[in-house]
Write a protein that binds this ligand. Structure first.
Ligand SMILES: Nc1nc2c(ncn2[C@@H]2O[C@H](COP(=O)(O)OP(=O)(O)OP(=O)(O)O)[C@@H](O)[C@H]2O)c(=O)[nH]1
Length: 422
């Protein structure tokens, strides 16, 4: 396949709607396209990029996977986005680009950045651009904008708008959802497995009012025919640039996601395991303004493997996140030490690589308080010396096969949607 410009699909959608799931499904569906991926994440740790690397053929060291972390490509990282794309196109040839934006990204400014390059009112030219003069439009062409909507969380997120209507001009996740719905060529109404038919019809009616133009596709677990979102040719610059928001967006200076939506993120890291009972209690009462949390953690008593955690709104999903390197046979450990030179520096003499790392994203979060709550759910000095198997444990049991027989497929089957409160 050869063309003058590389077509681009941009995936947007609220926090936890299923963008990474859609992307991974797409990458695992064979097409004749050589696809490159750019993943943007709010946190300083790009968990989404890690999950793409884990669940598809693309690895994190691969030049096909570009990560932009610690900010949002619709606001403070617009210049970085342009630089990264220009450098990527210069470095290698590929057929198609997919961009996964953060859950707080507005698709309209992302589309403007891709179609107008540095020619936007408030975007300062970067050093790279000053030196090379390369414009993103020399290489790329926006093909399809896709918004993934979480059907299960739809009304909760949508209604959160009403509480802020009383003269409060600050934008909230509800208005962000509306913006994401309004600006797209294809809308994937995802998580349909969690919602009854009647509710789905109601949601669709509302979406059609907000967005009469887009194709709406109902999906479960992000499964969609690639042809519906890749190389559709649906994005129309003329039409988009005449939309009410386009000019307004160009005239207003961009605020960061934090200023505009009150969204912040932070990373919690610990080299101590979580206490199974206290951590469950914390998750049962998890503050509702933590909209999204993802990462992996170490649970006292679970010395073999880490657990992946994925909280999106009210749903908590846990799955084995792979065996600790410290739990592998010595010859396999040696291979990891060779491949990852940094591993040794972070190796604990007794516990090896066992640790927890969670990214939390939310609105108006009190970082110190949350950090302290999480800290309190890890073992105390005294408990570190106790027999960890005697702690009460309400976490689901996961059986992993012996290390050498373990496959990604069996890990995926082991994922459990949990209601820990039950
Ligand atoms: N039941 C159900 N769960 C889903 C579906 N799609 C995705 N999920 C789960 O929802 C959670 C969030 O999915 P992601 O793909 O990470 O969502 P995202 O939009 O990339 O999230 P952010 O990058 O944080 O904005 C994960 O635990 C998924 O496994 C679905 O259709 N049904």
């Amino acid at each position: 396949m050869s063309r003058e410009t590389i077509p681009v699909t941009v995936l947007s959608g609220n926090l936890g709607a299923g963008k990474t799931t859609v992307l991974n499904n797409l990458l695992n569906t064979r097409t004749d396209l050589d696809v490159a991926v750019l993943v943007n994440d709010m946190g300083e740790v790009n968990v989404d990029a890690e999950r793409v690397a884990e669940h598809s053929d693309i690895s994190e060291d691969d030049e096909d996977l570009i990560e932009l972390s610690n900010g949002c490509i619709c606001c403070e990282l617009r210049g970085d986005l342009l630089d990264a794309l220009a450098k990527l196109a210069q470095a290698r040839e590929f057929d198609y680009l997919i961009i996964e934006s953060t859950g707080v990204a507005e698709p309209l400014p992302v589309a403007q950045t891709l179609t107008m390059g540095f020619d936007q009112g408030d975007l300062d030219p970067t050093e790279f651009y000053e030196e090379t003069g390369i414009e993103v439009m020399d290489y790329y062409e926006l093909d399809t904008t896709v918004t993934v909507v979480d059907a299960h969380q739809f009304w909760t997120t949508f209604d959160s708008k009403e509480s802020l209507m009383d003269g409060d001009t600050e934008k909230d996740l509800g208005s962000l959802l509306v913006e994401q719905i309004k600006f797209c060529d294809v809308l994937l109404l995802n998580k349909c497995d969690l919602v009854d038919e009647e509710t789905l019809d109601e949601i669709e009616e509302m979406i059609e009012v907000l967005q009469p133009r887009a194709e709406i596709i109902r999906t479960e677990h992000g499964t969609v025919d690639p042809e519906a979102i890749v190389d559709t040719g649906r994005f129309d610059f003329e039409e988009a640039s005449q939309s009410a928001g386009w000019m307004q967006e160009l005239q207003e200076p961009h605020e960061s996601a934090e200023e505009e939506h009150g969204v912040t993120s932070f990373v919690f890291e610990s080299r101590r395991p979580f206490h199974p009972e206290r951590f469950v209690e914390l998750l049962d009462e998890f503050p509702t303004n933590v909209v999204r949390s993802k990462g992996h953690f170490w649970l006292a008593g679970g010395s073999e493997f880490g657990l992946g955690i994925d909280i999106a709104g009210q749903s908590i999903r846990l799955e084995p996140a792979g065996r600790w390197i410290a739990a592998l046979p010595e010859d396999e450990q040696a291979q990891y030490f060779e491949a990852y030179p940094d591993l040794e520096a972070n190796w604990h003499p007794e516990y090896g690589d066992r640790s927890s790392r969670l990214v939390l994203i939310g609105t108006e979060m009190n970082h110190d308080e949350l950090r302290e709550d999480l800290q309190t759910a890890t073992l105390t000095d005294e408990e570190m010396g106790d027999d960890w198997d005697t702690f009460e444990d309400r976490f689901p049991e996961f059986d992993l096969e012996p290390a050498d027989e373990q496959t990604e497929a069996t890990e995926a089957q082991d994922a459990e949607e949990v209601g820990l409160a039950d």
